[in-house]
Design a protein around this ligand. Structure first.
Ligand SMILES: C=C(O[C@H]1C=CC=C(C(=O)O)[C@@H]1O)C(=O)O
Length: 406
């Protein structure tokens, strides 16, 4: 019989700044407002793909857990062994699962460390020198802007004629640097400039998403749904007026309602009760404002075995990134979107040994590949969408990543 691998979780006396702890340029992270999880080193990693990728991911995680002897004196979500997951948008693309060697977590007044293996507790270094921002040259392609706008026009025509209500179309831009791009400096800039977002990094996909797809804690399901956007001007008074117009915009309210419905319908079968506020609030970020709705549900006690993988399978892709009806929207994306989304717009975050977890939708992000990065942005298209305005909205959604890579 092979011997079990020790996994130890213990409390930390100090509350260390999570993003300052990362010792290498390819970290794993899920951090918001200084709380969350960061990890480094790779104990094990794998990829999954295809329509059963969520079930395959669960299977692999369960098999890994069977090899562990866990000592966890801290308890609670995110303690003990943790699986960082970054799922692809489309079943045809590759999803990546990572179990880091070392994980440091913080929640409220609790900080902890988890490490895999029989080595003594790792020593943490939070004195890392500030990493310079990477400077990147972005490709400019008027023809691809024109092609994207024409895709939006096609989508609006299909919405008129084809029983489609909403579709989300995405585009990408590639930036190139003179040296390898370090995810850490991007994460730190994003965390400082977008404090209400979840800053993530998994296998080179790095970003700051304002959209929480799923938080599962024992008996509660939570999701922050976003759809409907207006760019900010930087002038507070004008932005307040714009926020009010967003909250009244029938085009944006329609776009938002489809996204909320898709999430509520997906989690309802798992819940005894669910709370969907009647109207959205306006979420202010540094670059844009969004219509936002926090949906919550109480998990049915008889379904206590339900885990994050099961719910993700139903939730993804929500109408915030795909459309309504889902199948028609996905088919149109396949037909007219000229890019491969990879893990952009897929669920990203962590899942613990109990199957609880926190995962966002990978938005406002980029995929690093050595000295280049591909950043993504998408826009919900409904009957009232205007291609020129949608292109401008997609540019506004690029701002966080572009400005983290000056
Ligand atoms: C698809 C993206 O945003 C989604 C989330 C919020 C608002 C959206 C919108 O107004 O179109 C999108 O549905 C993206 O940022 O790439």
């Amino acid at each position: 019989m092979t011997s079990l691998i020790p996994v130890t979780t213990t409390r930390l006396g100090d509350h260390l700044p999570l993003l300052d702890l990362l010792p290498d340029s390819a970290p794993t992270a899920w951090v918001r407002g200084g709380e969350g999880l960061v990890g480094w080193g790779v104990h094990a990693t794998t990829t999954v793909s295809g329509p059963h990728r969520f079930a395959d991911a669960r299977h692999w995680w369960q098999k890994q857990l069977e090899t562990f002897a866990v000592t966890n004196t801290v308890h609670g979500n995110g303690t003990g062994p943790v699986l960082f997951s970054s799922f692809s948008f489309s079943p045809d693309d590759v999803s990546v699962l990572v179990i880091p060697k070392v994980i440091v977590g913080k929640k409220g007044d609790k900080s902890w460390i988890t490490w895999v293996g029989s080595d003594p507790q790792p020593i943490l270094n939070s004195e890392r020198a500030d990493l310079p921002k990477t400077s990147v040259t972005w490709e400019v392609s008027e023809s691809s802007d024109e092609a994207w706008k024409s895709g939006v026009k096609t989508a609006v025509d299909r919405i008129h004629n084809n029983g489609l209500d909403k579709v989300v179309l995405a585009r990408d831009v590639v930036g190139t640097s003179e040296s390898a791009i370090d995810a850490r400096s991007i994460l730190k800039t994003l965390a400082a400039e977008y404090p209400s977002t979840w800053n993530f990094s998994v296998a080179g996909l790095v970003g700051a998403t304002p959209e929480l797809l799923l938080r599962l804690t024992k008996s509660m399901v939570t999701s922050r749904v976003l759809a409907g956007t207006i760019s900010k001007t930087g002038d507070d008074e004008r932005d307040l007026a714009l926020a009010a117009s967003l909250a009244r915009s029938s085009k944006d309210l329609e776009e938002h309602e489809y996204a909320v419905r898709s999430v509520a319908d997906a989690i309802e079968p798992f819940c005894t009760s669910i709370n969907v506020p009647e109207s959205p609030f306006v979420l202010h970020l540094a670059n844009v404002m969004h219509l936002a709705t926090d949906v919550t549900g109480a998990l049915a006690e008889t379904l206590a075995h339900v885990d994050a993988f099961t719910i993700l399978e139903q939730l993804h892709p929500s109408a915030a990134v795909c459309g309504t009806p889902r199948d028609k929207a996905a088919a149109l994306i396949n037909e007219i979107e000229a890019i491969s989304r990879g893990r952009y717009a897929g669920p990203v975050g962590w899942i613990d040994a109990a199957g609880d977890g926190e995962l966002g939708i990978a938005l406002r992000c980029g995929q690093i590949k050595g000295d280049s990065i591909r950043i993504f942005a998408g826009c919900g298209i409904v009957v009232g969408s205007d291609p020129v305005k949608e292109l401008a909205e997609s540019e506004a959604k690029f701002i966080p990543m572009r400005s983290a890579l000056l």
